[in-house]
Structure formats: C-alpha cells, structure tokens
Design a protein around this ligand. Structure first.
Ligand code: HEM
Length: 399
C-alpha cells in the first residue's frame, strides 16, 4: 500500500514502549524538579523547573530549534519560520502571515468550531469518540480558514497528522520514515499548488489563501506556509482536547462544572476549565532545543550549570506547569489561575502562531459534547488510549 493511502493518522501504535515512558514522565519530572532540576551529562540535558524552562525558551540565541532537518524534507527545502533563528527573514515572514489574520476571525472561528462539533455530535447517536470528533472539527475548520480543501474525504487529516508525527518525533536517519514523509509531503505540496492555480483562475474567496494572493505574496511561500499550517496546526487539538476531557472524566465535580458552563453558554468559564484541564496532560512532556554555544543556565543560583555547545536540551514545559515554586498549588484543579501559570503554547521566539486561534476555538470544539453530559463508555474504550504521544481513542456516551 502506498504511503498516500495510509488509513491510520499515526505510525505509532497503542501500547508501545514510548507510551509507557510518556505515562511515567510526570513522576520522573517531579523527582527531577526536586533532586536534579538541570539534569544531564555530555550532550543530553533535561530542564524541569519553571524558571529554567522559560529561560531556555527565551535564550533563543543560545538554544536553537532542531526542526530544520525534518522541515526541509516536508517543504522541499523552502524556509518556514518555525525552523529559523531570530533573523530578519524570520520576522518578515512571521509578520506577513500574522497580518493576514483579522480580529473578527477569532469569533467566527469559535462559532464555526462549535457549529461543526454540534453537527457531528447530533449525528452520533449518543456515542462519541472524542479524538475523532476533535480531529474532524479541527481539520475542517483550518482547511476552510486557510483555503486548502481536502484532496479526498479524510485525506488531509491523515496526511497532516502523519507529517506532524514525522516532524516532531521522526528521525531524519530513519530511511523508511523519511521515504514515507517525502511521498506524502510531495503529494500535499502538489495538491496545494493545484489549489492555488485554481483559485487564481476562479472566483476570489476571503480566506488566508485569498488574502495572501490579494496581498501579492510569492507563490512558493504561499504553498510552503499553507502546507506548514496544515501540518503544524490541526493535528494538535486532537492531541490535547481528548487529554483534557480524560482529566475532566476523572474529576466528577469539574466535569459537572464544564457541562454547566457549556449548557449556560458561559464560554469564558468553559475556556478556563478546559485550559486548566489541559495542564494535567499537555501536548508533550517537553520541546527539544539544540545548544549553539556553551550556556550557563540559572546563573546566580545554586543550581547554575553550564550546558555545552551541541547538546540536546529537553525543555520540559509540562513540568514547568506543575512547579510549585511558581505555580501555586499545582496539583489543585483551579480554573481561576493567572495566564502566567500556563506554558501550553511555548514561550519566546517560537511561541505558537495559532495561540489566539486556540483560545478562541478549543473549548468551542468540545462544548456541544460537554453540554450533553458525557460519561465514559463501558470497558477499555471509555478510557483514553494513546499511540505514543498521541491521543488515539476515548469513547463517551452522552444525552
Ligand atoms: C492545541 C493546539 C496547539 C498547541 C498545544 C500548540 C502548541 C505549540 C507550541 C508549544 C509551539 C512552540 C514550539 C517550539 O517552541 O518549539 C507552537 C508553535 C507553533 N504553532 Fe502551535 N499549537 C497548537 C495549535 C496551532 C494551530 C491551530 C496553528 C496554526 C493554525 C499553530 C501553528 C503554530 C506555528 C506556525 C508555530 C511556530 C511558531 C514560530 O516558530 O514562531 N499551532 N505551537
């Protein structure tokens, strides 16, 4: 079977060793925060305290992103700001694309997310796989917003998720994986080229592609950025929202509070409950950085440590959000926390481009389900299952 016909969104399968390691990560991180907050040896380091995590993210001149090798395979060596250092090119590209997002897009995206989710939940007959629900909503939403239609029903979700998995967990030395990524990425690039050509020849439409064409952006850059947005954006809500629902299912009082907020259309309260639930099982334990030069981290504290040039550093932002030195009573579920307690979307130079879109949409994506009082389905399928780092299945029944 060709990589293009893959039926599953990820190569990782449930029950693998990676899943077990990831499940143990919060306990290991809690121990490291106390005993060895800047832990490592030679060329591998892990940083677990809030202050140090933010310092590594902020010191982007010393700690670069490790993304270019895989990104080059996906974009066919075209530049995209996620892979760049803080150069004028980074700033110029980011500014070009940020300027295409308008303030009223946020409310419209929130409404669209809720409407799409409501349609799916209404058709589901009282039984919903939360992962599938969030994936379908996220891909439909961003396919429409960016102006990249599905090449065939469900294809964008599989191709986007597979490329996301390769970008953030794949090795550029794994020949079979690289070959698969190349095949899918080439097909997606061709698809986007055809979409751009058809748009030029057809009627205008007010989406990000339409705005980029109207602004006269370079065609290769348009293709590259739309590709990277599809690969980097919609695969993420189905990673974190099901995790958050699992956390709510473990806390009957907060599940009831979320359902009440959904039923009362109290979107602000629902947002705060969801973002807090995400803190207990966020996107990943950490993000990688590569030290470009020797760097003295936590200078002036007893734990100050020099991280040598060339090191890989795991910046454990999940651990930062559980660090009692900065996050008050981190084990308590508290939707009234200050924004500074959350590092869900990174920090500093590479902070999530979609951050405001997420704040407008994540809670709206799950609102119609929460409004129907979800309960765990019987048996194993009623508990969140992961494939590696990725939420894979969580079935609930609802009114
Ligand atoms: C639950 C949803 C999401 C989460 C948890 C999330 C998280 C993150 C994080 C942690 C980073 C920083 C990466 C790093 O520093 O190495 C990031 C960057 C980024 N995100 Fe998101 N993201 C989400 C959704 C989105 C969406 C929907 C889009 C686009 C529509 C998007 C586009 C990007 C881009 C382009 C970057 C790179 C920014 C840069 O390099 O300046 N993300 N995201």
């Amino acid at each position: 079977m060709s990589a293009l016909d893959a039926a599953a969104p990820y190569r990782a399968t449930p029950g693998g060793a990676a899943g077990l390691l990831l499940a143990a990560a919060p306990y290991a991180m809690a121990a490291l925060r106390r005993i060895a907050p800047i832990a490592g040896r030679g060329r591998f380091w892990i940083v677990t305290r809030y202050d140090d995590v933010l310092e590594v993210f902020a010191a982007d001149q010393a700690f670069g992103v490790p993304y270019p090798a895989n990104l080059d395979i996906i974009t066919d060596r075209q530049p995209f700001f996620l892979g760049m250092a803080d150069t004028p090119e980074y700033g110029a590209q980011l500014k070009r694309w940020r300027s295409l997002i308008r303030a009223d897009d946020l409310a419209a995206l929130g409404e669209a997310a809720e409407a799409r989710a409501a349609t799916i939940v209404a058709a589901a007959g009282g039984r919903v796989d939360v992962v599938d629900l969030v994936r379908r909503v996220a891909f439909a939403l961003y396919s429409d917003f960016f102006g990249v239609p599905d090449p065939a029903p469900g294809r964008l979700a599989i191709w986007g998720s597979r490329l996301f998995e390769f970008q953030f967990t794949g090795s550029p030395d794994d020949d079979a994986w690289v070959a698969e990524a190349r095949t899918i990425a080439a097909a997606l690039r061709d698809h986007i080229d055809r979409v751009i050509a058809a748009r030029r020849a057809g009627p205008a439409r007010d989406d990000i592609l339409g705005r980029a064409l109207a602004a006269g952006y370079d065609a290769t850059e348009i293709r590259t950025v739309l590709l990277c947005m599809i690969v980097g954006g919609p695969p993420q809500p189905p990673m974190v929202v099901p995790n958050a629902v699992e956390q709510l299912l473990r806390r009957a009082d907060w599940l009831a509070a979320a359902a009440a907020a959904a039923q009362a259309n109290d979107d602000a309260r629902l947002h705060d409950i969801l973002i807090e639930a995400m803190r207990f099982d966020p996107l990943a334990p950490g993000l990688k950085r590569t030290a470009r030069a020797d760097y003295r981290l936590a200078q002036g504290t007893p734990r100050a440590t020099t991280i040598p040039a060339g090191s890989t550093v795991i910046t454990a932002f999940a651990s930062a959000m559980r660090d009692p030195r900065r996050v008050p009573e981190p084990e308590r579920f508290d939707p009234d926390r200050l924004p500074r307690d959350f590092v869900h979307f990174g920090h500093g130079l590479h902070e999530c481009f979609g951050r405001m879109l997420n704040h407008a949409t994540l809670h709206r994506t799950i609102k119609p389900l929460l409004a129907r009082n979800p309960r765990r389905a019987a048996g194993a399928e009623g508990r969140l299952r992961k494939a590696g780092a990725f939420a894979d299945r969580l079935v609930v029944t609802c009114d």
